[in-house]
Design a protein around this ligand. Structure first.
Ligand SMILES: *Cc1c(COP(=O)(O)O)cnc(C)c1O
Length: 414
């Protein structure tokens, strides 16, 4: 513990973290022998549960053959197959897949693509991003500039961060007009609009309707601005469809995928582009190429895991499991609405959220859940569940009951 620096943690006051030794399904086994029921599937990556035998077998097989080879000048079957399958499964004609190593980098590449798209087309000065309040797109510097300015503490980094344009989601005709005006006024400076479709995740688990997403896409199209959909949280079934954009019938110009892409086994992400974006990079001039290439991009082991994960979406009833989880979360969390200090209870797909007036010390609340045998990680003012789609009915019931039983006492104390 002396040498690791933990994420989002004040190391001076941090309590001793729990030590995990193994995982199985929706269980995390600790060094002290206890088992926790996992309510968040390791930041919602482990959508098939931990150690799914099909993914494990694919990993073992690929490990023997070739755990890694560089992608700069070489290709390999796991990446070729994965790219083809992603092109097929994602909405519309998102046919060109650029692999990267993490979600933040997928967003970085999407923004770089959008900026260079305009340059390659001879339109200078279109380098700004428009993003939405409560948005979250990753922790690297350029990603921070498109996150909610308060949540990502823009003020702290203001001397470094590029200045982007913050918008409100067009939730009604009046705000649609405001959004439309914003794009009309700034269109010559704007490269792209970035949105997390249907659910803004790490910025507060806020939901919007498919209609809102459709409006965003329409306004972008009206003003000739690129639309980047960041489905790193919502992609791969989390909201009830394989991709959230499907529910609005929207095909973004650029799509970012990550998190659940490998079923939680390894880090892999991808930025997908439609033909008009890709074609803007084709030229005799080498300087028009996309100048990006993470060392471990398209790692074969990670691609093998992702292919195995896609197999499972085809062969196991994931989306109906999500529908069943949605029903159970709705029923299981409903009693929380009666608790004093709870402002909102909302559920979409396999995402259940209890929003409170204030939660106080969320690390202490996390520890309280762990003492009871649950891995639940509240942040800011919310307690949420994003379980594996394979979670047992009893396990999920235990999680929702734990939240309903823990919150009254917790909220009356703080
Ligand atoms: C997690 C997340 C990211 C960042 O992904 P990392 O793999 O942590 O870099 C970006 N966008 C969204 C919507 C996310 O949920």
């Amino acid at each position: 513990m002396q040498h690791v620096w933990l994420p989002y943690t004040q190391m001076r006051t941090a309590r001793q973290p729990l030590e995990a030794v193994s995982t199985q399904g929706s269980l995390i086994r600790l060094k002290d022998g206890r088992e926790l029921i996992d309510g968040i599937a390791s930041w919602w990556t482990a959508c098939h549960g931990y150690n799914h035998p099909h993914i494990q077998a694919a990993l073992r097989d690929q490990l023997e053959k070739m755990p890694h080879v560089m992608f700069g000048g070489l290709v390999h079957e796991p990446a070729l197959r994965l790219a083809e399958r992603l092109a097929q499964k994602t909405p519309g004609d998102l046919n060109h897949v650029f692999f990267v190593d993490s979600g933040s980098v997928a967003v970085e590449v999407a923004m770089k693509m959008a900026v260079q798209y305009w340059l390659n087309r001879g339109e200078r000065g279109r380098a700004k991003m428009v993003s939405f309040r409560y948005g979250y797109h990753g922790d690297t510097m350029a990603c921070m500039s498109v996150c909610d300015p308060d949540e990502s503490m823009h003020s702290l980094f203001k001397d470094y961060l590029p200045k982007q344009i913050l918008a409100e989601l067009p939730v009604d005709p009046a705000s649609e007009q405001t959004f439309d005006d914003l794009l009309a006024r700034n269109r010559n400076q704007i490269a792209a609009v970035l949105i997390e479709p249907l659910v803004q995740g790490a910025g507060g688990m806020k939901f919007h309707s498919p209609e809102v997403l459709r409006r965003v896409a329409q306004v972008c199209a009206r003003h000739g601005v690129l639309l980047i959909a960041d489905e790193i949280f919502v992609g791969f079934g989390r909201t009830g469809t394989l991709f959230a954009c499907e529910q609005a019938g929207v095909t973004p110009d650029i799509l970012c995928l990550g998190k659940g892409l490998t079923g939680g086994a390894l880090s892999l992400a991808a930025t997908l582009a439609r033909p008009h974006v890709y074609h803007a990079f084709l030229a005799d001039d080498p300087a028009r190429a996309l100048m990006h290439g993470p060392t471990f991009m398209a790692n074969p082991l990670a691609c093998a895991a992702a292919n195995a994960s896609l197999d499972l979406f085809e062969t196991e009833p994931r989306l109906s499991q999500v529908a069943a989880i949605e029903t159970q979360l709705r029923e299981g969390l409903a009693p929380c609405a009666q608790i004093r200090g709870v402002l909102d209870v909302r559920v979409k797909g396999a995402i259940g959220v209890v929003q409170c007036a204030t939660l106080g010390d969320t690390a202490a609340l996390r520890a309280t859940f762990a003492e009871k045998g649950f891995w639940i990680r509240p942040f800011a003012d919310i307690v949420y569940l994003t379980p594996a789609f394979t979670i047992g009915k009893d396990q999920l019931a235990a999680l929702t009951t734990a939240i309903c039983e823990t919150l009254p006492e917790w909220l009356s104390r703080s």
